[in-house]
Write a protein that binds this ligand. Structure first.
Ligand SMILES: Cc1cc2nc3c(=O)[nH]c(=O)nc-3n(C[C@H](O)[C@H](O)[C@H](O)COP(=O)(O)OP(=O)(O)OC[C@H]3O[C@@H](n4cnc5c(N)ncnc54)[C@H](O)[C@@H]3O)c2cc1C
Length: 466
């Protein structure tokens, strides 16, 4: 069997790469070790977590917001089994959609573990242990990432869980201890808090959401605390005793010192993800990794071995589905002789809690550190008509623009629907737009997006509704 391109892994990086390559006329195959396509994102990541975030948000809204709007539904009852079924159906719809798209684009699919035997050769080992060797002009490694383990804490996916276990709990824990105040910990912590768990988050650093704009992180932490989540910052979980009915976690100050015991029913380990390169044969094939175990690539996604490329979570950069997708498109276009490119300065990032947090471009901290002069325009949702009438006034929009050119350098939103709204900022930045461009663009009234326009006006100190 001979191909122009074989993609190993069918997450958002791999399947999108395969489709784009097929569109461009390359004879393409994918190799996937899971029974379903779609990778982490569709099976155990973005899609199931967002299904549970959506359902649990409505559950909470039904209890607290509905009565204020005159909707009497009584105290909502949780049917966790039905909620999980709703989530599973959402996942099934999405993974089946990928299978359909691969077929529609005439992409050959191989179920099994792919191994690189060197440039031009991929071995596929099926579940029955049988192997076959495929030949190809190019290989794209898109094997994604796996959960980062915590030393001394063994994940059993029942009481000590990773994000994967947090998507399938069969009962609401009385107390959930979340290790790690990153995106995944805060999203899944929010789900279980809304469904009734007491949630405490332990974070090694002295702040939540490392890498995000620190003003955004501070305000977001206050909002989550108001919702009932508690935080222990500058602390680490050193071990978890599983011998009793309740788990006993030893929590130590990050800087060292006496440990305290924190009891919990379930511990969620959410301290990050690591690139997944197991059983891929990369070392034998001569594909170089960096010090953090990621596949080393040049700006054209080429690895150290000619003809072998890599994209997505398995290479450097933000571990995000849309970043993987864009790299998939870019490498397919490069292989077809076009000029594929990813603009890493404009990759939005979203936390799908309530309220949502979304950002694109530079943070204020980064601009200060780089010594770049900027003007900041801020507008709170308390002054936005639509947010007020919807009773969703927490948060703000912040626009950072170059002090000399007014070019938008970063946009940060804490607020309702921030994840959808950030797209406007990304488009403006992709076109090299200025704050003035956003400010002079007519925004429909009454919409939450008017807060973006007002923040852009505030860059020049001329917001109208403030
Ligand atoms: C709980 C959770 C929530 C998330 N939410 C979001 C979100 O809301 N938005 C967002 O942008 N990102 C989110 N992410 C991150 C997102 O899932 C990843 O960034 C994205 O899936 C990376 O895509 P990828 O194609 O690089 O790899 P993956 O999606 O990890 O796919 C890799 C695929 O390769 C397969 N594979 C691995 N090795 C082999 C092999 N040797 N042979 C054959 N197949 C192999 C795997 O089975 C897998 O199917 C979330 C992640 C988690 C865990």
């Amino acid at each position: 069997m001979s191909y122009d391109l074989i993609v190993i892994g069918t997450g958002p990086g791999g399947y999108v790469c395969a489709i784009r390559a097929a569109q461009l006329g390359l004879k393409t195959a994918v190799v996937e070790k899971n029974p379903t396509f779609g990778g982490t994102c569709l099976n155990i990541g973005c899609i199931p977590s967002k299904a549970l975030l959506h359902a649990s948000e409505l559950f909470e809204e039904a209890a607290h917001a509905f009565p204020k709007m005159g909707i009497g539904v009584g105290t909502p009852k949780l049917d966790l089994g039905a909620m999980m079924k709703f989530k599973d159906e959402g996942v099934a719809g999405n993974v089946n959609g990928v299978a359909f798209l691969l077929k529609k684009n005439k992409i050959d699919t191989f179920q099994g573990t792919g191994k690189v035997l060197g440039a031009g050769k991929v071995e596929v080992k099926g579940a029955d242990g049988k192997t076959q060797t495929l030949e190809t002009k190019s290989i794209v490694i898109a094997t994604g990432s796996d959960v980062t383990r915590l030393k001394g804490v063994d994940i059993d996916e029942k009481r000590i869980i990773s994000s994967t276990g947090a998507l399938t709990l069969d009962k609401v824990p009385g107390k959930l201890l979340v290790v790690g105040a990153g995106v995944i910990g805060l999203e899944l912590g929010s789900v279980w808090r809304r469904l009734g768990a007491q949630v405490q988050v332990v974070e090694f650093l002295d702040r939540i959401l490392p890498g995000m704009d620190s003003e955004v992180a501070r305000q977001f932490q206050r909002i989550l605390e108001k919702q009932g989540m508690t935080f222990k910052l500058g602390a680490k979980v050193a071990s978890v005793d599983t011998s009793g009915k309740r788990l006993k976690a030893q929590v130590e100050p990050a800087a060292g010192g006496a440990a305290e015991t924190v009891e919990a029913d379930v511990v969620l380990v959410a301290i990050g993800r690591v690139p997944y390169t197991e059983n891929l044969g990369l070392k034998e094939a001569g594909v170089a990794l960096d010090t953090r175990g990621r596949v080393n690539v040049d700006p054209h996604f080429a690895t150290s071995v000619p003809g072998i490329y890599a994209i997505g979570d398995v290479i450097a950069g933000p571990m995000l589905a849309h970043k993987a997708e864009d790299e998939g498109v870019a490498v397919a276009e490069i292989l077809a002789g076009q000029a594929g490119h990813v603009n890493y300065d404009v990759i939005p990032s979203v936390i799908y809690t309530y309220p949502e947090v979304a950002s694109v471009g530079k943070t204020e901290d980064e601009l200060k550190q780089a010594g770049i002069a900027y003007n900041a325009g801020k507008f709170p949702f308390t002054a936005n008509g639509r947010a007020k009438v919807n009773m969703q006034t927490e948060g703000f929009v912040k626009i950072l623009a170059d002090a000399k050119t007014d070019r938008v350098l970063g946009v940060h939103i804490v607020g309702p629907d921030a994840g959808n709204m950030i797209a406007e900022a990304a488009v403006a930045m992709e076109f090299g737009g200025a704050a003035e461009d956003i400010a002079r663009t007519c925004h429909a009234h009454p919409t939450l997006t008017e807060a973006i326009k007002e923040a852009a006006l505030a860059v020049a100190k001329r917001a109208i509704h403030m």
